[in-house]
Design a protein around this ligand. Structure first.
Ligand SMILES: *Cc1c(COP(=O)(O)O)cnc(C)c1O
Length: 394
C-alpha cells in the first residue's frame, strides 16, 4: 500500500504520505479513524464486504472502526447483540421506525413521548399512511386491546420527559412478545446503568447519545441496539441506504464521555435527590415529578425496574406561567437551554419551548402545567445548585 515509487515528484509525495505501521504496542485510547473509505489489496474481499455488516471496512457510511467501538460498547452495556450508531437520536428513532415499518402498518405508542418522536409519528401518519394508537406507558391490558393484525410494534420510553413516568417494561414487552409484535424502547433518560430494557423483553433499545452517554454537551448522536442479530442485519442494510450514520469524531467524543458514565450518573442521581426533596418542601412549589419521591405515580415501579431514579425531573410553581418565566430569568448557575444529560445543570419551561407544539388539551393530558419547570440536574456541588434554585424561587 505504501510502496509508491521513491523517485515520485513532490506533487505525488504530498498526496501519498507514508503511513507508519505500529508494531509491538497499541494506543491506549481508541483512535479516531477519520477516513471516508478504506483501501483494499484484494478486489474480491472489497466486493464481498460491501453487503455485510461483519465484512471488512469499506466506506464510512457503512461502518468505521471508531464508530464500531462505540456500537460494541453500548451494545455490551445494554446486553444487546449489535448496534448501529447514528448522527442523532432522532436519526436512530427514524432508522428503526422506517427500517421496520411499511405504509399501512399500525403501531402502538405510549401517550407521553419525547417531543421529536411525537412530531415524527404525526408525520408518519399524515404523509405515509401509518396508523398509531396511544396507550398509557403502564397499561399492558390497553396495549393488548390496541393490537390489530397489522400492528408491527409498540414504542415505549423507560422514563418519560418531562413528567418522568416510568414504563411498565416487563408488562408491556411481555404482551408484545405474546402477540408477536416488536417492542422498541427509548432508554435515553435511564441509560443502561439505571435500566436495561432487554432484561424485560425489549427487541430494540434506542438512545440519544447527545445526552448522558456522551455527557458533556458537545456532541449530537444516537444509537439503536438490537437483541436479535437478524433484526440488526435487516436494519443495517436499510441504514446504509438511509445515510443516518455517525461521524467518527462524534463517536470518539461519545466513547470518551462513556468512560465516566458511571461516576456521572451517581452524581446526577444524588444531586436530583437533594433538589427534588428540598423543592417538595418549598412553599413556592406545588408538585415535584421525580420518580424517587413516594408521591410520584411511578415510585414503586421505578424502585423495581431502575437502579437509580435519574437526573431529570420537573416541578410545578404555584405562580403559573409568570412564575415559570421568572424562574428561568432568575437562575444564575443553572443555564436556560434545551437538552439534558450533560455535566451542567440546565432548566427549561416546557409549555413555551420543548412542548410548545402541544395543544392546551394535550399539555393537560401529559400533566404539563403553565408553571412546570424541567431541570436536568448536572454534576455540580449539590449545595451550590440548591443555593441557585432557592434564590431563583425567592
Ligand atoms: C434528545 C432526545 C431524543 C432525540 O435525540 P437527538 O440527539 O436530539 O436527535 C430522543 N429521545 C429522547 C428521550 C431524548 O431526550
Amino acid at each position: 500500500m505504501n510502496d509508491f515509487p521513491p523517485d515520485a515528484r513532490p506533487e505525488t509525495k504530498t498526496v501519498h504520505v507514508p503511513r507508519p505501521v505500529i508494531e509491538g504496542s497499541s494506543p491506549i485510547s481508541m483512535p479516531i479513524y477519520q477516513t471516508s473509505g478504506f483501501v483494499f489489496d484484494d478486489p474480491a474481499l472489497m466486493a464481498e464486504s460491501m453487503g455485510r455488516p461483519d465484512g471488512a471496512y469499506v466506506y464510512g457510511r457503512y461502518s468505521n472502526p471508531t464508530v464500531r467501538a462505540l456500537e460494541e460498547a453500548v451494545a455490551g452495556l445494554e446486553g444487546g447483540t449489535a448496534a448501529i450508531a447514528t448522527g442523532s437520536g432522532m436519526g436512530a428513532i427514524n432508522l428503526v421506525l422506517l427500517g421496520l415499518l411499511k405504509p399501512g402498518d399500525h403501531l402502538v405508542a405510549q401517550r407521553s413521548l419525547y417531543g421529536g418522536t411525537a412530531a415524527m409519528l404525526n408525520e408518519l401518519v399524515g404523509r405515509f399512511g401509518f396508523t398509531v394508537t396511544y396507550v398509557p406507558e403502564n397499561d399492558p391490558a390497553a396495549l393488548r386491546a390496541a393490537v390489530r393484525p397489522e400492528t408491527r410494534l409498540v414504542y415505549l420510553e423507560t422514563i418519560s420527559n418531562p413528567m418522568t413516568l416510568v414504563a411498565d417494561l416487563p408488562g408491556m414487552c411481555q404482551v408484545a412478545r405474546e402477540l408477536g409484535i416488536l417492542s422498541v424502547v427509548d432508554n435515553t433518560f435511564a441509560t443502561p446503568l439505571l435500566g436495561r430494557p432487554f432484561e424485560h423483553g425489549a427487541d430494540v433499545v434506542l438512545h440519544s447519545t447527545t445526552k448522558y452517554l456522551s455527557g458533556h454537551t458537545d456532541v449530537v448522536g444516537g444509537i439503536a441496539v438490537f437483541a436479535d442479530a437478524g433484526l440488526y442485519e435487516k436494519v443495517w442494510h436499510f441504514a446504509i441506504e438511509l445515510g443516518a450514520s455517525a461521524d467518527p469524531f462524534a463517536a470518539w467524543l461519545t466513547l470518551r464521555g462513556l468512560q465516566t458514565l458511571a461516576l456521572r450518573m451517581e452524581r446526577h442521581c444524588s444531586n436530583a435527590h437533594l433538589l427534588a426533596t428540598r423543592l417538595a418542601g418549598h412553599p413556592a412549589v406545588t408538585a415535584v415529578h421525580w420518580p424517587g419521591l413516594p408521591s410520584h405515580p411511578s415510585y414503586e415501579l421505578a424502585g423495581k425496574l431502575l437502579s437509580g431514579f435519574g437526573g431529570v425531573f420537573s416541578f410545578d410553581l404555584a405562580g403559573g406561567r409568570e412564575a415559570g418565566e421568572r424562574f428561568m430569568k432568575s437562575v444564575r448557575l443553572a443555564l436556560l437551554a434545551p437538552s439534558l444529560g450533560g455535566v451542567e445543570t440546565l432548566v427549561l419551561h416546557p409549555a413555551t419551548t420543548s412542548h410548545r407544539a402541544l395543544s392546551a388539551e394535550e399539555l393537560r393530558r401529559s400533566g404539563i402545567g403553565e408553571g412546570t419547570v424541567r431541570i436536568a440536574v448536572g454534576i455540580e456541588h449539590p449545595e451550590d445548585l440548591w443555593a441557585d434554585v432557592a434564590q431563583a424561587l425567592a
